[in-house]
Design a binder for this molecule. Structure first.
Ligand code: GDP
Ligand code: MG
Length: 370
């Protein structure tokens, strides 16, 4: 925290020290002229005198830390699209993610998938695509609720033998609310009962009109099982990415979003972060939600240690003092003092909220017994 003497506070408020001491006394605080009082008390006194300034300073520090600097248009470079796979349960989301990842393992990565970090990158025709493997809609919704927008393109998986189902509609609504373009992957085309036309017809009822029905929604028939149509799907993702001109500035401090985080027995707090702008480097000082830290090490989706991660790159980071939450924003900072202060304030707020939640539960418990 931050302290201020009674004398200093009086000067700031354009009051005499005696007036401030009197006000303090009325609040039950006995203080001398050179005594230090804490920030919250000072803010309270200020408000008693009709000021709002001190409280505003506290808020401004957070705003100052989180303020996103304008990017010089000259420095903006194309970045890979970040893709989320959505759709009804059992329509093949996991299978499709796995199929894309496995068919894209290059010769240099013999042995295949070494690591699962909740997101991965593939390369198609020399261009990268980032897939975020959010565990279902829950994570997506949670992240959106916290204001985190990580997805550029949603791939909507619809099983050709099952058609549009309740969670398909949910996914469509989420993507639309987030204003994320949708590409439809009509999956399970290998099944004899597959009916892509029925899927397309059902999609029109939700305002998704595919290209061959005169609309502008791209639909790609695929089979995750037989691994057909995958190249075409990647092609279409890159096409949509190109149309949307996705760009970022790799030449600045990083900003990203936590996709997953956990306390690892051996490694301590571990967070998978999607870097969205700037470049994150080992050694960077970071704030992630209520957590302050320094990037001790980074591991990419292939399990390799890396020194830096640019825009649209998912990485695991080590070196945090606590476990952040999915959806938390990561920022790399220059002003360590400010960063630490803001993280501490957030931590305090979090504790207070948790305390409130606990007392609420105990109150409920109490009433249960009456
Ligand atoms: P999710 O719940 O959307 O992640 O679906 P899964 O990937 O777990 O797949 C559900 C079931 O559908 C599994 O038994 C898969 O083997 C099967 N499946 C997924 N894709 C295909 C496909 O292209 N063809 C066929 N025949 N089965 C598939
Ligand atoms: Mg799944």
């Amino acid at each position: 925290g931050e302290n201020i003497t009674v004398q200093e506070l009086a000067e700031k408020l354009k009051k005499t020290a005696a007036e401030v001491i009197k006000k303090l006394m009325s609040l039950g605080v006995l203080a001398t002229i050179n005594q230090e009082i804490d920030f919250d008390t000072a803010a309270l006194i200020a408000s008693e005198f009709g000021y709002e300034v001190e409280l505003k300073v506290a808020v401004d520090k957070e705003a100052l830390l989180m303020a996103e600097p304008e990017d010089d248009p000259e420095k903006m470079k194309p970045r890979p699209p970040v893709v989320t796979i959505m759709g009804h349960v059992d329509h093949g989301k996991t299978s499709l993610l796995d199929a894309i990842r496995e068919t894209n393992v290059t010769a240099g990565e013999a042995g295949g998938i070494t690591q699962h970090i909740g997101a991965y990158q593939v390369e198609h025709n020399g261009k990268k695509i980032t897939f975020v493997d959010t565990p279902g809609h829950a994570a997506f919704t949670a992240m959106r609720a916290r204001g985190a927008q990580i997805t550029d393109i949603a791939v909507l998986v619809v099983a050709a033998d099952d058609g549009v189902m309740p969670q398909t509609v949910e996914a469509i609504n989420h993507a639309k609310a987030a204003q994320v373009p949708i590409i439809v992957a009509i999956n399970k085309m290998d099944k004899p009962e597959a009916s892509p036309e029925k899927v397309k017809q059902e999609l029109t009822q939700h305002d998704l009109v595919v290209e061959d029905w005169g609309g502008d929604v791209i639909a790609v028939p695929v089979s995750a099982k037989q691994r057909t149509g995958l190249e075409n799907l990647l092609e279409m993702i890159l096409l949509v990415a190109e149309i949307n001109e996705l760009k970022a500035n790799p030449d600045r401090l990083a900003r990203g979003t936590v996709i997953e985080a956990e306390l690892d027995k051996g490694r301590g707090p571990v967070a998978t972060v999607l870097v969205q702008n700037g470049t994150l480097r080992v050694g960077d000082t970071i704030v992630v939600g209520h957590v302050f830290g320094r990037v001790r090490a980074m591991i990419d989706d292939k399990g390799r240690r890396v020194k830096k991660a640019g825009p649209s790159t998912p990485v695991e980071i080590l070196g945090l003092s606590d476990v952040p939450e999915a959806g938390d924003i990561l920022i790399a900072v220059e002003d360590e003092k400010l960063a630490r202060e803001v993280a501490e304030k957030r931590q305090q707020r979090k504790r207070e909220e948790e305390l409130k939640a606990t007392s609420k539960i105990s109150l409920d418990d109490l009433f249960k017994h009456i």
